[in-house]
Design a protein around this ligand. Sequence first.
Ligand SMILES: Cc1cc2nc3c(=O)[nH]c(=O)nc-3n(C[C@H](O)[C@H](O)[C@H](O)COP(=O)(O)OP(=O)(O)OC[C@H]3O[C@@H](n4cnc5c(N)ncnc54)[C@H](O)[C@@H]3O)c2cc1C
Length: 157
Amino acid sequence: MFREMRRKNQLLPAEESISILEKASSGVLSLLGDEGYPYGVPLSYVYLEGRLLFHGATVGHKIDALRRCEKASFCVIDRDEVKPELRSTWYRSVIAFGKVSLLEGEEKRRALEAIGAKYSPQDPEGCRKEIEESFDHTAIICLEIEHLSGKAAKALV
Ligand SMILES: Cc1cc2nc3c(=O)[nH]c(=O)nc-3n(C[C@H](O)[C@H](O)[C@H](O)COP(=O)(O)OP(=O)(O)OC[C@H]3O[C@@H](n4cnc5c(N)ncnc54)[C@H](O)[C@@H]3O)c2cc1C
């Protein structure tokens, strides 16, 4: 049911799209927000075995939105280099589609550990302490990727 890219020559190989997800530090999670208005919210995340994991408060707009509709997408911009003389932008980006859910228990703990390892690899002890302190009032959103596409400007393929 997911669409194919019209400009197939600009499609990135799957492994390159995954490596963008592994490397980037933020993207925009799009959910069905209030009254049908799409809600695109910037978030840090971790890519782990076909899933995107996000952490945040247990209440708020994005939590209300995902409880309303599990379908979501997540977009990461890897490169955005404006080339005025070419009237163009050299870009690379990925979009993942999938369903979101809230993780609990051991899965939630493993996700928090993975987020700590990505963003504060120099301080495992600090991460461990923060996970203990914040565990009960932190939510982990998991986006199970069903479809992933990556696209690059023509000049980069
Ligand atoms: C690079 C980056 C990384 C981030 N990483 C994380 C993360 O890992 N975890 C996390 O919880 N948050 C992160 N944030 C903050 C995140 O964007 C949200 O502000 C936060 O998650 C609260 O979302 P909410 O839906 O609960 O907010 P709510 O306060 O419930 O949202 C209410 C309204 O506030 C406005 N709003 C909320 N967030 C933003 C925003 N970022 N910019 C402009 N308007 C906004 C919108 O109008 C929204 O409808 C990050 C932000 C940036 C820019």
